[in-house]
Design a protein around this ligand. Structure first.
Ligand SMILES: N[C@@H](Cc1c[nH]c[nH+]1)C(=O)O
Length: 381
């Protein structure tokens, strides 16, 4: 038999039974937590025009997109990232809306990464976007929502690390880095690739103190975590304003009562270029990657014709489930239903059992109606 008939391609997988039940239960908890903040569900298609994820948007690189053509010759892609889709949708249907929009969503994203990375190519993400509110209070709302959502799943040991991309940008300007070097350095720092950053800074002959400060941003063990330290290292207005924003945010998060979950890392940058301010990631034990990623993207909606600020996040459900299972966090799943057996060929018995099954189902009790396996075996487990 053709092997491909039973197997899935690399990077995608089937989920069934208890594992799928756990996934649904966790999604439900997360969604309830997000709904508690008044976010409204929205669904966008899995397929979009290529332009929604083009280079100018600043999301997943083109070589990692699943691209194909429709019959009209349009180039389409499977969405790699929800944020541009939500931005497009908000611009299309809420162009004139002045009141902030709060959307939440759940679905799969697709990235055509190399097999060597061992990552899933199709992942389930649940996220939320707050569009039209540039304030620090909006940042605090979104970050505390992440914390409440994670707590609602039973996760206790996690940290949300917060950075500010303008700190890095201001520092690069102050150090006189050209745009290409800044981009290259950003990719070294976002991957915490210390040695590549070191090589680049040496090659470009970046003078002190910038050489050391920029290198420190790429250092996994010596991150710039204290806002005081971060402030003392720079002179430029852009970086100083970034720190001032984080100081205000810290205060707001304390007022939300979630300060214990927060740390800062000024070297935290994202590979996505649409971020303009506060960025954050949540980490927990049992999984190397961040289980939540998010940030402020105040210029993205303008590309779709609606000039408004926004901030949001996604929870990577598959990674969160992995972490929950490694941490042995118990997730209650609905009990399996009853089985109502009937004697095959016995019309009267069949009708009796059918009526009983219908009654139980009406009461909301999941019930399987099945022919008896052996003569004497009639159980209603
Ligand atoms: N879409 C981003 C997360 C995000 C949502 N909103 C803002 N940022 C990601 O996949 O990493």
């Amino acid at each position: 038999m053709n092997n491909r008939l039973l197997h899935t391609p690399e990077g995608v997988r089937d989920i069934y039974g208890k594992e799928y039940a756990r996934k649904l239960a966790v999604e439900q908890k997360l969604q309830n937590a997000i709904h508690c903040f008044g976010y409204e569900d929205i669904q966008t298609p899995s397929i979009e025009f290529f332009d929604v994820f083009s280079k100018e948007i600043g999301t997943t690189p083109s070589k990692e997109l699943y691209k194909f053509f429709d019959k009209e010759g349009n180039t389409l892609v499977l969405r790699p990232d929800f944020t541009p889709s939500i931005a497009r949708c908000a611009a299309k249907y809420f162009m004139e809306e002045k009141v902030p929009l709060r959307f939440s969503y759940n679905g799969n994203t697709f990235t055509n990464t190399s097999n060597l990375q061992g990552k899933l190519k199709e992942v389930t993400q649940m996220g939320a976007e707050l569009i039209g509110d540039p304030s620090v209070e909006a940042d605090a709302e979104v970050i505390s929502m992440v914390i409440e959502a994670l707590k609602s799943t039973g996760l206790t040991r996690f940290q949300v690390t917060i950075g500010e991309v303008d700190y890095f940008r201001g520092l690069c300007e102050e150090a006189g880095l050209d745009e290409d070097t800044e981009k290259e350095l950003r990719s070294c720092i976002s991957g915490k690739n210390f040695f590549a950053a070191q090589e680049l800074l040496e090659q470009k002959q970046i003078p002190e103190p910038y050489h050391s400060i920029l290198l420190k941003l790429a250092d996994m063990f010596e991150n710039i975590e204290s806002l005081e330290d971060a402030k003392s290292l720079v002179k430029n207005e852009r970086s100083l304003q970034a720190i001032a924003r984080l100081e205000k945010l810290k205060k707001r998060l304390e007022q939300y009562g979630v300060a214990e979950y927060i740390t800062f890392d000024l070297g935290m940058l994202s590979k996505y270029q649409y971020y303009t301010g506060v960025v954050f990631k949540a980490y927990t034990y049992g999984i190397g990657d961040a289980v939540v990623k998010g940030g402020r993207y105040d210029n993205l909606l303008r590309k779709f014709g609606k000039d408004t600020a926004a901030i949001g996040f996604v929870i990577v459900i598959d990674d969160l489930l992995e972490a929950l299972s490694r941490q042995k966090v118990v997730i209650d799943v609905p009990a399996s239903g009853k089985i109502m057996y009937y004697r095959a060929g016995d019309e009267t018995d069949y009708l009796v059992k059918l009526a009983e099954a219908a009654k139980l189902r009406k009461e909301g009790i999941p019930t399987v109606l099945s022919p008896e396996i052996t003569e004497n075996e009639e159980a209603d487990q």
